[in-house]
Design a protein around this ligand. Sequence first.
Ligand code: FS2
Ligand code: SF4
Length: 552
Amino acid sequence: MFCYQCSEASKGVGCTTVGVCGKTPEVAHLQDLIIWLVKGISYWSLKAKEYGVKDEEVNLFVAEMLFATITNVNFSVERMVEFIERAFELRDRIKHKFLDVYAQKEGKPFDEKVPEAAEWYKKGGADLYELKGMEVGVLSDKDEDIRSLKQLLIYGLKGIAAYTDHAYILKHTNDDILYFIQRGLVETLRDDITADELVSLVLEAGKFAVDAMALLDKANTTEFGNPEITEVYTGTYNTPAILVSGHDLLDLEELLKQTEGTGIMVYTHGEMLPAHAYPKLKKYKHLAGNFGSAWWKQTQEFEEFGGAILMTTNCLVPPKGSYKDRVFTTGLVGFDKLTHIPNRTDGKPKDFSPVIKKALELGPIPERKGKKLVIGFAHNQVLKLADKVIDAVKSGAIKKFVVMGGCDGRHPGREYYTEFAKKLPKDTVILTAGCAKYRYNHLDLGDIDGIPRILDAGQCNDSYSLAVIALKLKEALGLNDINELPIAYNIAWYEQKAVAVLLALLYLGIKGIRLGPVLPAFVSENVLKVLVEKFNIAPITTVEEDLKTLLA
Ligand code: FS2
Ligand code: SF4
């Protein structure tokens, strides 16, 4: 296997024997095959589009497969094999739709040379698929820089696909995004593609990352209302309980409906924390609080929790035997031998009764004292406070905002973010989104004239909110360039959604981003040079040095 898509790539180069995340070589190879097959599906789908033929299921499937191969989403061999076989079926379907319409309109059969990914077919099992996956993985591109740019593009597309899929689940759609994903994928099949062509695709991916986050923001706020300032309790009560993790708000809502009146309290974990700020979710009295912190602490926190656990999206850490029987997966998440809650059919909600049954069987969890976290600072709420914020900037009470969004992770170097937050001067405000916040959201950093010094906009996709806030501030302060704002960017990344967020920031013209805890292993020296020249991106150094540069 060779995988270098996340910040934990072994030795800063790539995982070759088993993933640091726990991904087995078998799953890695099957995922490589899936990515290759969806390139082939995209080839036919784009051809069909030229002749006015669209297959929505095919389009969404491509996005789902990109999402399913993001770090810590799906570790299941069984599910990978299902995905591969579904890919064959859908590829065939869209191919024949195209061939028919082509023959009809052109009066002759289609006879162009077709890429292997659009044709290869062998019916077999995991072993056979693995062999092909080994051939078509990341290292099949020999030129280091071309490989680096192709993978940077694919990882950005994975993030875009994940956010778009969330929006589609809520029935908010945008075909342009799905077709851009396909175009990007097909371009990576080309052996003759140049570095310049790839750089422009990567930058274009930034635009679509903004569009995808905007679409999801629209979907979430239309369905669940605009997040509002909310206090969230971090303790637990002595009742049966379910802990919900991941990013899928509809799963949470359906679970809340199905647990009403059962005596079960529902808690959020990791990226589900922002759910408490949505009016349509916070109205449920048994949405009791937030337990634990970021994804990587789950082996300890899930064990401790004591109740049932539902993983709606990444980040799943391979569960320990001690609590495995009370973890449930749903959506694209998968792990062999865990109970999986199937998708919605016929417009009906998912059936969470196995999770509910488990929570009741397990009985009351221990009562624990907690504190209060204040969340809900997405764009609509912050813009309501705009006058106050702008006055504080003009008076000099707020000297600088520091965007510290992104991901958290196990890397010991991430202590940097806690130290950085602690050492920020008292006239600075942290703008955050994503699970990166768990490095500092328990710190009591106080407020500036009533404005909390940590403004938490929500999940990683709510980085979009931070961009909206920045653009509004720019307008209100009468500035010409987003880089003239008193905002510095110190971004922590882990997986491929953060790659999409980063590309979005670059597309918005933001310069001088500090990136940590390490630079991506998939960025080659030459590609890094381009990023430095164009955008002045730099790795984090020490807290002291970076405070000096970023606050200058
Ligand atoms: Fe954190 Fe993991 Fe949000 Fe990332 S929960 S690193 O997937 O998506 O952020
Ligand atoms: Fe390694 Fe990250 Fe790939 Fe997992 S996702 S195999 S940790 S590079």
